[in-house]
Design a protein around this ligand. Sequence first.
Ligand SMILES: Cc1cc2nc3c(=O)[nH]c(=O)nc-3n(C[C@H](O)[C@H](O)[C@H](O)COP(=O)(O)OP(=O)(O)OC[C@H]3O[C@@H](n4cnc5c(N)ncnc54)[C@H](O)[C@@H]3O)c2cc1C
Length: 398
Amino acid sequence: MSHDVIVIGAGAVGLATALQIQEKNRQLKVLVLDKEANVAHHQTGNNSNVIHSGIYYKPGSLKATNCIRGYTMLIDFCRKYNVPFDLCGKVIVATSEPEIPLLKNIYDRGIQNGLQNLKMLTLDELKGYEPHVAGIAGIHVPQTGIVDYRVVAEKYAEVIRNQGGEIRLNEKVEDIRMTDSDVTVITGKGSYTAKLVVNCAGLYSDKIARLTSSSVNVKIVPFRGEYYKLKKEKEHLVKTLIYPVPDPNFPFLGVHFTTMPGGGVECGPNAVLAFKREGYKKSDINLSELGETLAWPGFQKVAAKYWRTGMGEMYRSYSKAAFTKALQKLIPEIQENDLVPGGAGVRAQACDKTGGLLDDFMILEGKRAINVCNAPSPAATSSLSIGETIAERSLKHF
Ligand SMILES: Cc1cc2nc3c(=O)[nH]c(=O)nc-3n(C[C@H](O)[C@H](O)[C@H](O)COP(=O)(O)OP(=O)(O)OC[C@H]3O[C@@H](n4cnc5c(N)ncnc54)[C@H](O)[C@@H]3O)c2cc1C
């Protein structure tokens, strides 16, 4: 047996899991494998860098409990290891009358989730926080912050290595074989045996999960989130973070303004179906992956239900004018030529067979495998808490 636990995926969730397993038992030999040459190469390194407060999530859900616990754990970690962060706060803005009850629901959820000092705002009060914002009411969320998750993940990796853990990069997992007593993970370079495997493979987590179990009933559907950046001379229009009221039927928050940890303001992300799991560009297509998505019965139901929203997102992806229009709801002064192209990230969103885009985190446990099958936003914020949950479950195997 080369190791005790093998973690697949060196994103925030995989690395936090390895770290928390070490925290609980320093004797265990932990190995993290990732197919890329660096950690945080996918979702973790291409996200909005927001430390979410937990205001949106259904009380008692895994998202709510892990986000709130993970928030504190992340901030403690950043303080301990000198990772810069800024608890700058954010506003959520209602721009039409029908959004007012939705805004009130978000406020109530925040209270139920234990958030302190939330404030419902009139337009005048909103303008006190964000002078250029338009809207009719809002919420101020003082807890929200920003941090560079790539830096966080690199620090997780450094601590894991310093504590004797191993991280092997450029190791693509191709197969997993299980016996009653152990599990062997086969990569393009070799094979590693352990008592337990933990799958935190993000955009490929369903495929890895299927190597460990025949009863995995979800498919990862990749949704690309594209960003613009505000031109330097327009950055003064945004003080902190400005979010719209999200569509309650859709698991994404809507295009918003985010000040960045290194300076600058990002606008986005939208949410368009990616034609390739790691499809960061519009032109990226993988016919086999796209075919799998389209053939998944659950996706066909999602497409039938949300085609109008989906087409709107697609249109906004190709039309800068439409993207600008969505942003103008929050800041009317923004003009198309104030925006320059930014980066993109791809979300791993699990979809079940019956057409549900899974709202909550999902962790499936088998005899020698723990599979994280749905860890979308706010999983970066929640990573240390999700990691601790998995570590507790892992220890039962020893
Ligand atoms: C556009 C966007 C904006 C977001 N904004 C936020 C935010 O502001 N705040 C927040 O908390 N969350 C946000 N999220 C969500 C957050 O980024 C993710 O939930 C989190 O990063 C998931 O971490 P992970 O480790 O599960 O996945 P990943 O970071 O994707 O890591 C998975 C790893 O598995 C590896 N892998 C895959 N297949 C294999 C294989 N076969 N062999 C070996 N390795 C493999 C990959 O290379 C990758 O490194 C956002 C996500 C996106 C895409």
